[in-house]
Each structure stands twice: as C-alpha cells, then as structure tokens.
Design a protein around this ligand. Sequence first.
Ligand code: HEM
Length: 451
Amino acid sequence: MDPKESEWVVQAQKRAEEKKTHVSFPQLKYPSLRDDFLRDPVTWLTGKAMDDGAEGLWRVYDKLYDFTSFMKRHPGGQEWLELTQGTDITEAFEAHHINPTTAKLLDKFYIRDATSPRNSPFTFKEDGFYKTLKRAVFEKLKNIPEDVSKTADRITDGIFVSLLCSSAMAAWVKNYYAANVWYIFASVNLALLTVACHNYIHRRTNWRMYLFNMSMWSYRDFRVSHVISHHLYTNTLMDLEISSLEPVLFYNPRKDKPLHGRLGFITELFFFPFVFLLSFLKRFLSMFLREGFFKKHFCWHDGICLLLPMSMWVTSGASVPHVLCTWLWIVCTGSLIFYSIAVNAAHHHPDAIKDGDQPRSVTPDWGEHQVEALLDRKDVNANVFAVVTLFGEHALHHLFPTLDHAVLRYLHPIFLDLCDKFQANYRVSTQFQVVIGQIKETMRTEFKTLD
Ligand code: HEM
C-alpha cells in the first residue's frame, strides 16, 4: 500500500540522506559512481555497467545478447552499440525502434539469461500505454508525407549558414556597435544551431549531428548524457544531465540540501555563460585522469569546433587574436542562450516528477513516466521553427526520439487519445508559465506527495 502523505515525506527524506536507494524507487540501489567528481559520460556508463548485470554483454529485459558481430551492420550506426556494451539497453532498444520487426532480430544474438533483476523501475507491457502508442504510431507513420522532415533540415542548414556569415561579420566590421550587433546575432545562431542539431543526434549516423560540435560540446558525449541517460531515465537518479549539474549548485532535484535550491537561481547566472567552455575543459581533464580515455573518447569530430574561428579568420581577414577573442565571446554568449532555452524547455517545473517525489507506481510504464516528467508548451508547439529551435513537441520527442521534430505534430491526435484512455498525466502549459515554474522549481525544497 502507498504510504500516506506525511509518511512519504519522512521516508523520502531518510532515503535521500542515506543514499542507499533511489528515493522515488526504493527497490533500486543508489546508482554506482553517481557522486564521482567528474560525473562525465564515461563514469556514468561505467557505473551503469556495474549495476545492470549485463556481464560485459548487452542486456534487453532479462536476457543477455552479444551484438559484437552486428555492431558494424547496425542500421542506426555502430556507435550506439559500442557505447552501451556491458549495460542494460532495454529502454534504448524500445525507444529507438518503432518497427515491431526489429525485436525479432534479438533471438539471433541470444547468449543466456541474466542472473539479477533489472536495474530500472520502468515496464513495457504489451497492453500498456507506451507499447500501444508505439503500434499506433507505426501505422500512422505510413501516411505522413516523406518531405515533411525537409522543413527541419532547411531550418538547420539556414541557421548554420547564418552562423558562418554573422560570425565572420562580427570579426570583420570595425564599428564597435555594429560588431556587437553581429556578435549577438552570431551567438543566437550558435545556440539555435546547437538545439536544432540535437534533433539529429538521436537518429542514425548523419552529417548534421556533427554540427552540434560547433558549440565546443561533443555530440558523442551528448549521446550518453542526453540520449541514453536523460531521455531514457528522465528526472531519476540515473539522469546524468541532472546529476552533472548538482555540483554547480544550480539545481538539486533531491532537495536533501535545501540551501542548494535557494542558491541555485543565483549560481545559474554565473554558470550558464561558460557551459560550452566548461564541458570542453572537462573533457580535457577527463583525458588526463582516465587511462586510455583519449584513444577511446576523442575522435576527429572533436576538432569541428575549430571550424568556426577558422572560417571567421579566412573570411574576415582579421588578426588571429581578434578572431579568437570574438569567437570566445560568441561561444560564451551562445552558451548562456542555449542553457536558458534548455532549462526552460520542459522538465524543470514543480509539476514535473523528479526523484524524491512520490510516484503513482514504483514500476511505471516507461511512456507514462516520460509524460509525467515534463510539461509541453502550446505556444512553442504551434510553430515549426520554434519546435526545432526551442526543444518543442517535448513529450512526443521523448517518446519517439528518432522521429524528426517536424513529423511529431502529425502524431498529436493518437497521442492525446491514448493519454486520455490510459489517464496519462500529460500537461500543456505556455513558455511563460514554464519559465516561472523553472524559477519556483529552483527554489523548491519539499518533496512532492501524490496529493
Ligand atoms: C543502445 C541500443 C540501440 C540504440 C540506441 C539504437 C538506435 C537506433 C537508431 C537511432 C536507429 C535509426 C532509427 C531510424 O532511423 O528510424 C536504429 C535502427 C535500427 N536498429 Fe537500432 N539501436 C540499438 C540497438 C539495436 C539492436 C540491439 C538491434 C538488433 C538486434 C537494432 C536493430 C536496428 C534495426 C533493424 C534498425 C532499422 C530499423 C528501421 O529502419 O525500421 N538496434 N537503431
């Protein structure tokens, strides 16, 4: 039986302090290496492998598979299987394959049964919300015109060209005020390009995902911290995006240190402008602290960020120090804009469930949990440009991350129908309300009960 409201708060507080289990899902142990100093993708994957019982193979539900021979042939790209070896990929497998025939391939690679229970609270029942929705979406996709996704491609390419032109102008013009206007415009372009490229990182290998690295971030790191972690274990203790922000005090979902919540809003302001730079520096720090890290985790595409200062230098003819200085300003301001968009997108709101809050079930349907862990914004969803550049259509994007953002609007009728039928807790708000909610959430110091 669910504990009463007052009992929940006491129990949850105790669990948060002990750090032996999740707070909302006490059947799961506290994630290994979660509080490691670096909290980077490598630590996260290592900790997950320690907890998942995959024995160096890949785990899907309670079976272990060896996909080594399949990795190079995987239609979604080798990288997905390379990154997840040794872990439980049930959520990743379910969320990334809409075609029901994909599951039939698993048998070919079966090795043995797992010996420990799954380290995840989520379920995927055949007659549950997510699987029912997935079947309906698979049928619906057959009737959506193929060129719909070209809109997002055009928007992304346009922003990329605009970034190259505006950053070159920022370095070229001599007038102080004109240079500032171009630099701010370039920063906005960089932030919007980073968000737009996120649309491509979730999918099979494609060239636009590499443009994400123009920000100095790594799309490969993001595939772990965002795609495999945040998207699949949203707002739980296994959500790396949340845990990696905790040390900078901006946000403390566990509310076990209330002061963090209050300081959060102030520290955000100091932290946001440097996020791209900090993540770049953190990768270098990891390189020195981890044996073999460079070989395994640095790739040619980590150099893509240098294309921006190089193109500015070539096209503007300005001096190298001037180009570098302008570029750093663009990167820092772009970072501030990107983070302002990201934290005000969907999840950081008192109405979105987080670890510590009382769940409706300790073994929820995965899709229902996704819907509970976010709020959609109707004003953003009304416009395709806003959807692509402001993390719009957030609920459907979480549920079907491989679908182009521009396609998602066609799925609304069946999604709303099934939310109704399964009484999924889907909420729609406005961008303004979500910003206000984000500020309230940063100051929240209480666990939420079912009431
Ligand atoms: C970490 C786990 C995995 C991730 C993140 C992943 C990701 C992806 C992605 C992003 C796509 C492209 C989807 C699209 O363009 O619509 C894809 C396609 C595909 N993947 Fe995976 N995958 C994973 C594991 C597997 C496994 C274990 C198998 C087979 C046993 C598999 C078989 C396939 C197949 C057959 C397709 C093509 C599906 C289609 O086009 O309908 N994947 N995968």
